[in-house]
Design a protein around this ligand. Structure first.
Ligand SMILES: Cc1ncc(C[n+]2csc(CCOP(=O)(O)OP(=O)(O)O)c2C)c(N)n1
Length: 252
């Protein structure tokens, strides 16, 4: 009996991610969801720049490269061009989605664009060498905040799920993490639901995944997974921030 296999929606290319980086885990969960929903042939992923810039090497479905932050705009175009036959997801980092791409994110959510957004929040700009991101924690040491993020000078981190949940538009907003097997299972269910919502025509679904960046955090992979529990989750609580269809069911 086969109990563990590589998802079909992942290619055989070895991933370039650093040891302990959780991008690879999230890639796998997305690929598993694509396999289980039987949508590989109609799925189109949009990855902008960031560490996952070469995601097109790893996903077996069609992929498009977008400019930094612009994935929701590109995804909107691809989805609207053929809404019946395209399942479209974006795969974006926190620098990408919550900084340069914030406007695209907010407007796609407000329009309830029928796309799936996978948002990797690792609290840092990974690809460019560890600069402070809009999501870096207060006091967090980064390349551009060597004494720790000073909120007097640099303001406070942006909580994307909380912010977007104030909009009437989005269908589904949830925050998960992948730092242990139990949390990975929850993350998988959230990612699958975010794709299922699109198949059902429900609209904008965003899954924020608290992720590790041991290289730029200056930690071992094990310590980085602990840091998610100890520092990130208290600031970014896990859970469902919006599930419009479920709320409607409850009020029936
Ligand atoms: C218009 C533009 N501005 C800046 C950059 C430089 N740049 C590339 S990746 C990146 C940050 C990526 O960080 P994030 O989105 O958090 O993803 P991660 O690398 O951490 O996965 C920046 C600033 C760029 N490529 N294009």
């Amino acid at each position: 009996m086969v109990v563990f296999d590589k998802p079909h929606a992942l290619t055989d290319a070895p991933m370039h991610y650093c040891p302990g980086c959780t991008h690879g885990i999230v890639h796998r969960l997305v690929a598993e969801a694509i396999d289980e929903l039987g949508i590989e042939g109609k799925t189109i992923g949009v990855a902008p720049v960031g560490c996952s810039v070469m995601a097109y090497n790893y996903f077996a479905c069609d992929m498009i490269e977008a400019a930094h932050g612009r994935a929701p705009a590109v995804a909107t175009g691809v989805k609207r061009a053929d809404p019946e036959n395209h399942i479209v997801f974006t795969y974006q980092g926190d620098g990408d989605l919550a900084s340069i791409g914030m406007a695209e994110t907010v407007h796609a959510a407000a329009r309830n664009e029928n796309i799936t957004v996978i948002f990797i929040n690792n609290a840092i700009y990974g690809m460019t060498g560890g600069q402070m991101a809009p999501t870096s924690l207060p006091g967090q040491v980064t390349q551009t905040s060597p004494y720790g993020r000073d909120t007097n000078h640099c303001g406070f981190p942006i909580k994307v799920c909380e912010l977007l949940s104030e909009l009437d538009g989005p269908e589904y907003l949830t925050r998960v993490t992948v730092n242990n097997p139990k949390n990975i299972r929850v993350a998988k269910a959230a990612i699958k639901k975010a794709f299922q919502n699109q198949i059902d025509g429900k609209g904008f679904s965003l899954v924020e995944v608290l992720s590790s960046c041991p290289t730029n955090w200056g930690m071992t992979p094990q310590k980085a997974l602990q840091w998610i529990d100890e520092k990130m989750i208290p600031y970014y609580p896990l859970g469902v921030y919006k599930d419009r269809s479920a709320a409607k069911e409850e009020t029936k």
